[in-house]
Design a protein around this ligand. Structure first.
Ligand code: ADP
Ligand code: F6P
Length: 325
């Protein structure tokens, strides 16, 4: 039978996401409950290479479940993309007695975890990103908070947009994925949603729609634009020139990544963090914790990374009927 880990590390990597603290807390407390030592690695793989490693106990994760961001900090690290960096990372883990590692982050971070696993460190990935762009799971830590933050901001923009009878383009995060835009488009009753997965870049069609909607009495026109399409300011100028309607662009930006996590993000992140520890306790490695079919599951990291994420057909249907994606 595979040997369970004795000392585990936990790190957060890539873009931060509200709920990461809840996951860290769960890893620390579930680890201690399983009789393991737990070490926090600061600043993701960059901190691993710099040996920014601290002992964690139950008190070191007190009062963090309601806080956005990550108490361990996060970073992107080019040096860890190299074999030399990965070997050094594994050696540092060995030096500190770390035989298991929980990596909270996105696909990139899971690639790094896979490399460490090949070098003898048991690793488990926990999906943390506001973008929901991890194929093996229908939930990622931070997405729920981010869409609620964005939805509230867009409601406010809609008020002023209506008062001034303007067209508003609101850019939300999602470099490669349109999930935040799609969910907000439905929740905010937008007229159009532009997402990397579906936008045909036919701006004239958009302009014709705006003119048509105005003729039938609409007093505003909300376009939610995913970051992956971008160029909202230029788009606003072109739409204003073509329609004669005042058009404003708002880029919501990093406010979407911060703030107090929602109840769902706290609870799901806690369950996922604890499950990662249970897998390490069973001697498992190279797994990713996921949510699907109404429950929590886990996948082989390589299988998970090979999966392709498609927008669910129900979303495309409602998208086409209600918001024209
Ligand atoms: P995310 O985890 O949110 O997808 P990134 O793609 O920026 O974010 O990845 C986070 C970090 O994971 C990178 O800065 C790098 O240190 C590490 N990483 C990404 N891809 C790989 C890879 N192919 N091999 C090793 N490490 C990787
Ligand atoms: O966390 C995901 C994400 O917010 C993407 O939507 C965005 O493109 C990216 O992170 C921006 O990351 P940063 O500017 O922090 O490198």
């Amino acid at each position: 039978m595979a040997q369970g880990c004795k000392t585990i590390g936990v790190l957060t990597s890539g873009g931060d996401a509200p709920g990461m603290n809840a996951a860290i807390r769960a890893v620390v407390r579930a680890g201690i409950a399983a009789g393991m030592k737990v070490k926090g690695i600061k600043r993701g793989y960059a901190g691993l290479l710099e040996e920014e490693i601290v002992d964690m106990d139950s008190r070191s994760v007190a009062d963090i479940i309601s806080r956005g961001g990550t108490i361990l900090y996060t970073a992107r690290c080019r040096a860890f993309m190299t074999e030399e960096g990965q070997r050094k990372g594994a050696e540092i883990c060995h030096k500190h007695g770390i035989d298991g590692l929980v990596v909270i982050g996105g696909d990139g971070s899971f690639n790094g975890a896979c490399k460490l696993a090949n070098l003898g460190i048991n690793t488990i990935g926990v999906p943390g990103t506001i973008d929901l762009d991890i194929a093996c799971t229908d939930y990622t830590i931070g997405f729920d908070t981010a869409i609620n933050t964005a939805m509230e901001a867009i409601d406010k923009i809609r008020d002023t947009s209506t008062s001034h009878e303007r067209v508003s383009i609101i850019e939300v995060m999602g470099r490669h994925a349109g999930y935040i835009a799609l969910w907000c488009g439905i929740a905010n009753g937008a007229e159009n949603v532009l997402i990397p997965e579906a936008y045909d870049y036919d701006e004239q069609k958009l302009i014709d729609q705006i003119i048509r909607q105005r003729k039938i009495g609409k007093t505003h026109h909300i376009i939610i634009n995913a970051e992956g399409i971008g160029h909202s300011v230029g788009m606003a100028a072109r739409i204003e020139a073509a329609t004669g309607l005042e058009t404003r662009a708002t880029i919501l930006g990093y406010m979407q990544r911060g703030g107090r996590p929602t109840c769902k993000d706290r609870v799901y992140a806690s369950i996922m963090g604890a499950r990662a520890v249970h897998l390490l306790a069973e001697g498992k490695s190279k797994r990713v914790v996921a949510h699907g079919d109404g429950g929590f599951i886990d996948y082989d990291i390589n299988e998970a990374l090979a999966m392709k994420k498609e927008i669910h057909p129900d979303f495309l249907t409602v998208g086409n009927e209600l918001i024209r994606i």
